[in-house]
Design a protein around this ligand. Structure first.
Ligand SMILES: [Zn+2]
Length: 159
């Protein structure tokens, strides 16, 4: 059943009511008149019920459409999220790791907000990567070894 069906039923009832009104106006005996009035009143109640049902149905359909689009959005997000898995990077950070190629990591804080932001290498010796969304840093790679600076040679001055 949809809104159109209810509207059609509502229209039919209205026609019957109009017919009854016409009958009432015609020459009918006094005994029939109260029965016609009663029938009209009952039809009126049914009309009111149908009207309320139509409103309810309309509202339910609106809600259903809303839920459908929310479900679609949620499914889309889940399939995106499914491409990642929570893992510990070699630097110790717990982040989301992309299951495919190219290998990259996503920020767990942003994923909690249903956003995927790829962590970018800070290019520092700490091995930390930065989130492009919330600027958090995560230890992704082990600390890089610091290459000792070449020792300076002091030549004896010729002075
Ligand atoms: Zn983030």
């Amino acid at each position: 059943m949809d809104v159109t069906t209810i509207t059609a039923a509502y229209q039919s009832l209205k026609s019957v009511k109009d017919l009854l009104a016409a009958v009432f106006e015609a020459k009918v005996d006094a005994e029939a008149k109260p029965k016609i009035l009663e029938a009209q009143a009952q039809l009126g109640e049914v009309q009111d019920t149908l009207f309320a049902l139509r409103e309810q149905l309309f509202q339910l359909q609106e809600e259903r459409n809303q839920l459908k689009s929310e479900l679609a959005a949620s499914e889309a997000w889940l399939s995106k999220l499914n491409q990642y898995e929570l893992s510990q990077a070699s630097g110790g950070g717990i982040v989301y790791r992309y299951k495919g190629e190219p290998i990259h990591f996503a920020c767990p804080s942003c994923i909690n907000k249903q956003q995927i932001h790829i962590l970018q290498d800070n290019r520092t010796i700490s091995g930390k990567y930065r989130c492009t969304g919330c600027n958090s840093e995560f230890p992704i790679e082990p600390r890089r070894k610091v290459e000792p600076l070449p020792t300076q040679h002091h030549w004896p001055s010729e002075g």
